[in-house]
Design a binder for this molecule. Sequence first.
Ligand SMILES: [Mg+2]
Length: 306
Amino acid sequence: MSFTLFSDTRLALARDSLAGLSVGDALGSQFFVPGRHPADLAAGKLPPPPWEWTDDTEMACSVVAALADAGRIDRDALAAAFAERCEPYRGYGPGAVTILRLIRTGTPWPVAAASAFDGQGSCGNGAAMRVGPLGAWFADSTTRAAAQARASAEVTHAHPEGIAGAVAVAVAAALATRARLDGYRPAPDRLLAAVAALLDPGSEVHRGVRRAVELLGRPLPAVVDALGNGSRVTAQDTVAFTLWVAAVHLDDYPAAIRACVEAGGDVDTTAAIAGAVVAAHTGVGTPGGVPSEWLAAREPLPDWLD
Ligand SMILES: [Mg+2]
């Protein structure tokens, strides 16, 4: 089926994904507060609001604002927006703070991004954690979603794995959104295989997504053992796991977030990524979607977004 997406529809789809991303980020980060236990969430007990969002949400809001402005990623503008809006207390990693400070003080982003980690570039999750809404925006073309995800990644992540992580998440979100528009729920193996097909076959992220297909039906601890849970804060040990969660729970947002919380690791980021993909499919306040109560508990998004 081919169709035309008008920009207000694209924005609405991206905003649903952003809701899922930001609620996952904000709720996930609650589990770094001492005394909070995954079992409470599993039992239906929510942490007291407000749930503050972190760097994942701040950067994702810049991606959505850039698309709302221009309809595409302008790398120079996006790099400047990330740098200007960075509030370091939002949980940015030291590498990200350094890159963004360099950009803010006039270093061109290709130089700043390439300088990270002794010249290898970052393979962290920064590019993947902010990109789900971009995939929803480009729901009509996975090729375009992949190319625009790459552009959005490059301004901070020069390492091929960091870029592959962003491409994987954006393609998953595009496919999830497309299926929502077409009115069906993709089978987990088909969704993951379609994501893998658009990745560089030499990348570890690609291998991880292929492996995730083999792990469908396995219990969560076995999946974490095989794919990671973000505790190494690299795309290689995060993205395939989050896409396994999203593929399995694509029609049940709360279940996806509970799985990320139960898995431990870098929970705000895993819940942000999986939440962005799932909410792109379910929407907000719908059966299986982002619960309105959860959205209300999340700190409001930044004023500059509207
Ligand atoms: Mg974070």
